[in-house]
Ligand binder design. Structure first.
Ligand SMILES: C[S@@+](CC[C@H](N)C(=O)[O-])C[C@H]1O[C@@H](n2cnc3c(N)ncnc32)[C@H](O)[C@@H]1O
Length: 239
């Protein structure tokens, strides 16, 4: 993958702060008494460090060296083992809990997706819990994602941002984001492809990989999933 510009990684936590999604995953970790877990696609580690404790070891895995570089420098980073890589780079077995938060699963395209689930199943012990969320394609969140000439300040100076959104194939949304550092005129372009999978296709993929779906929620307070929910939250058991 092409890595993120570290200056844009510095903005990530401001745009994606701790919130009810993180509370959901922390509560679930406590409920299942997680002792050794994986946060796959951990990004800046904003949630990851809060999951680690004296009683629970956490491995944070992300293919972005910029993201992991940021994570390694945050408060509490020493409590976590950080790995630059994807599911193929998860070492060890017998993990009792794994999460993919912040819609990570949508960043995993094509054949990489079922392989990721198989890798996780191999790494997890029988009975372990896997939890993640994915945006519901029926809610068409991408319809509101385009913007033009948005200005804001950052620790790297004033920014001018623009995003073009398209749907190049069924179930795939492409984001082209341009960020101009107006003090210098330098412009950073990022293209991101997001997979939008529906509840049933994700459930089928999970079963194929060796997981049983225990619950699907439509929000962070465990309302059972309905077809008009904005998100699909999966809680699964390795079988
Ligand atoms: C939207 S961020 C979410 C970060 C973090 N989990 C959170 O909740 O803030 C998506 C992350 O997925 C990572 N990612 C992209 N492809 C991946 C893959 N194949 N396996 C695991 N993570 C991946 C990206 O590098 C990025 O850090």
């Amino acid at each position: 993958m092409t890595d993120y510009d570290p200056r844009l990684v510095d903005l990530y936590d401001r745009d994606n702060p701790d919130g009810p999604d993180h509370d959901f995953y922390r509560t679930l970790a406590s409920e299942v008494r997680a002792r050794n877990m994986v946060d796959l696609g951990c990004g800046t580690g904003i949630l990851t460090v809060t999951l680690a404790s004296a009683e629970r070891t956490v491995v944070g895995v992300d293919p972005s060296a910029s993201m992991i570089g940021f994570a390694r420098n945050r408060l509490g980073a020493a409590r976590v083992d950080w790995v630059v890589g994807d599911s193929r780079n998860i070492t060890g077995t017998g993990y009792d809990f794994a999460v993919m938060t912040g819609n990570v699963v949508q960043a995993i395209p094509g054949a990489d997706w079922p392989r990721t689930l198989r890798d996780l199943r191999r790494a997890m012990g029988h009975g372990g819990t896997l939890a993640f969320e994915s945006r519901n394609p029926a809610a068409r969140a991408w319809d509101n994602w385009a913007f033009e000439d948005k200005r804001r300040d950052s620790q790297h100076g004033p920014l001018l941002e623009r995003r073009i959104v398209s749907a190049p194939a069924p179930g795939v949304v492409e984001l082209q984001t341009s960020t101009t550092f107006t003090a210098t005129g330098e412009c950073v372009h990022e293209t991101q492809l997001l997979a939008f999978r529906d509840r049933n296709s994700i459930a089928d993929d999970l079963v194929e990989a060796g997981f049983a779906v225990e619950a699907t929620y439509g929000d962070w307070v465990r309302t059972p999933y309905a077809d008009d929910a904005p998100i699909i939250v999966f809680v699964c058991r390795a079988v």
